[in-house]
Design a protein around this ligand. Structure first.
Ligand code: AMP
Length: 405
């Protein structure tokens, strides 16, 4: 990166930000939370790694962004990159124009919790900093290379053609970063067939062939796929009619249960946090042990399924809070994949330092790597790329026009 980019991720009552420049160690980042309440505050890390804690009572998104930018102005950011969960059928990062903002708004029914919050942030930064180029980077864009047999549901055709009901996939910036970085570490940059397992509070898997996503576990929404912190992942879709008929639940209650009360939390009846579950299972909690087992088994099943999208498997990358930090979960997951020739090294796996990248197999069979994700870094890089492209085409234009004249 030759410039510094401010990366913004707006939620309904929070804003994550990071000022990304050349060196990762210099990154300034933080979280504005509880926006709109008396307890609104900004917590983060500022220049030189110093801690920041700032009370901003009753601040809304605009006020919080103003405060963040005031504090960062002397670092002279040259562009703003917005994380946007759903870009509909947009295939790449885009400079924010009225037309692109409208496309993000049109994708709102597909991400009703996320896209409206992103739009609040986008509109606030456009008002506050009209002179800075701003770019939207979509979680869905990386998966737009999936073939139709991977992204179509076996549902009536008009639901796809008239209502955009299809699989989109999410966590695209993470899968893109990790597969690029990992394949580079493996000596075959953007070549070959790789599986990625992004395991955090939200989790998903992806199959990547020659640098392009060919299939992924999440679908129309981030609920499909593997077991997550509070999300169920795949269930029989008839669960809706079963619960409606037998328990009288309405669609909102069922949706809430599947998104917020299921997954590791639902299975364990204890916590959505993997660390807590591993500790509890070590102390004999059987529900916690089962939650971990279901998590790893379903994850392995998802990876095995996605392997159908790859002509061959060169390796597997683990990332996200769980994938980067839990040797136990990595080992258990790989143990459920005995048919792929993975040869995990217990020693390398157990001894990998937290938060570092490294190879954890014996050197035979498909490779296994841990690659810490860097979604902010990836968003900044894509933002810079879009700004460079726009600048280049703007400077080329007069020549082209002169040539036509
Ligand atoms: P993320 O959403 O990527 O921040 O990941 C959050 C998840 O990572 C939570 O379930 C944490 O419990 C889990 N996690 C973080 N560190 C560890 C660890 N050392 N062992 C197991 N899980 C961990």
């Amino acid at each position: 990166m030759s410039t510094s980019v401010l990366v913004i991720n707006c939620g309904s009552s929070s804003i994550k930000y990071a000022l990304v420049s050349e060196r990762r160690e210099d990154r300034i980042f933080g979280l504005a939370e509880n926006l709109g309440s008396a307890d609104a505050r900004i917590k983060g890390v500022t220049t030189g790694g110093a801690a920041l804690e700032l009370s901003i009572p009753h601040a809304d998104h605009e006020k919080a962004l103003e405060t963040i930018l005031e504090r960062l102005a002397h670092h002279n950011p040259q562009a703003i990159g917005h994380r946007v969960v759903h870009g509909g059928t947009l295939t790449k990062a885009e400079l924010l124009t009225p037309e692109i903002i409208e496309r993000i708004r049109e994708a709102t029914p597909l991400a009703p919790l996320h896209n409206p919050a992103h739009l609040v942030g986008i509109e606030a930064t456009m008002r506050l900093f009209p002179e800075l180029p701003q770019v939207a980077v979509f979680d869905t864009a990386f998966h737009q290379t999936m073939p139709s047999h991977a992204y179509r549901y076996a549902l009536p055709k008009f639901l796809y053609t008239q209502h955009n009901v299809r699989r989109y996939g999410f966590h695209g910036t993470s899968h893109a970063y990790v597969s690029e970085r990992g394949s580079m570490l493996a000596g075959s940059f953007k070549q070959g067939g790789w599986l990625t397992a992004h395991l955090g509070n939200g989790s998903s898997t992806c199959a990547i062939w020659n640098g392009q996503s060919v299939d992924t576990s999440m679908g129309l929404t981030p609920l499909e796929g593997v077991v997550m912190g509070t999300r169920s992942g795949d269930v029989d879709p008839s669960i809706h009619s079963f619960l409606a008929s037998n328990l009288g639940w309405d669609i909102y209650k069922i949706d809430k249960m599947l998104n917020s009360q299921s997954g590791l939390l639902g299975l364990s009846d204890l916590s959505n946090d993997m660390r807590t579950l591993i500790e509890a299972s070590e102390q004999g909690n059987e529900d916690a042990a089962l939650a971990i087992e279901v998590f790893c088994y379903r994850l392995a099943k998802s990876l095995a399924g996605l392997s159908c999208g790859l002509p061959r498997i060169d390796g597997l990358f683990f990332t996200g809070g769980i994938g980067e930090n839990s040797a136990y979960i990595r080992e258990k997951t790989v143990s459920y994949l005995p048919h792929f020739g993975f040869n995990l090294s217990k020693e390398l796996n157990d001894n990998l330092k937290r938060g570092t990248e490294g190879r954890i197999d014996h050197g035979t069979g498909p490779q296994i790597w841990v690659v810490p994700t860097d979604e902010e870094g990836r968003i900044a890089k894509e933002t810079e790329h879009v700004v460079d492209e726009v600048t280049a085409s703007a400077t080329k234009k007069p020549d082209a026009e002169a040539a036509i004249a």
